[in-house]
Design a protein around this ligand. Sequence first.
Ligand code: SAH
Length: 245
Amino acid sequence: MMYRNRFIALTLSLAALHASAQSDFVEEREAMVQQIVQLAELTGRETGRPRFADHVIGALRAVPRHEFVPEQFRNAGAYRDSPLPIGSGQTISQPYIVALMTDLADAEPDSVVLEIGTGSGYQAAILAEFVDHVYTIEIYDELGRRAAETLERLDYDNVSVRIGDGYQGWPEFAPFDAILVTAAPETIPEPLIEQLRPGGRMVIPVGPEHAIQSLQVLEKTEQGGTRITDVLPVRFVPFLDEDSL
Ligand code: SAH
């Protein structure tokens, strides 16, 4: 009888363990990471980044993407390598693109990073895993509030979210070591170039709405000059201004 009870207890605890592993989506997340690693290799010749830095891969493993997607995608799609709708006509970017942009930014543990286009907050969380502080601006009030709530619930205390038009950047906290823009303007906003530290890098999709844009890296030289490299054709949601909301 005693053995039988012990057996039941053991079965129950294994079941509990299995359930918690499932709800954390560890396996799904690892499969997503492996897919991104492979895609990075395949596109490496074009992007110049066949192997993403360990801290980028570590962040992809750590951030629970299912917490950043709408309820109906939590169990299906959260860890697929594709963008998903998040409301207000916006999307959470494809994980491979998030990883590529993060890698291209070359941010480090002491970096202060500006992101334009908070959206779900996922990209901000990926950066917050290994940089010092992330400032992020979202033009849609509802998205910005929800992202701030998610980030707070998950204890990301090194992210500041602001609602507003990111065109003007966030001058109070400039200069930034890296700037990531996750919506596509037709030309790179001048205030963002100004707020980049000499030696810093901006990663930004540039091009017309509803067309193929170019993911660009803008490097600011120590002398304050700029050098722009085209990395990959991409398709992002347009960079909005308050009149177009
Ligand atoms: N980085 C986001 C991706 C969001 S898509 C994520 O990880 O989920 C791009 C976001 O940019 C959208 O939420 C959109 O509302 C926002 N956006 C577009 N133009 C903007 C602007 N001028 N200033 C701030 N945010 C902007």
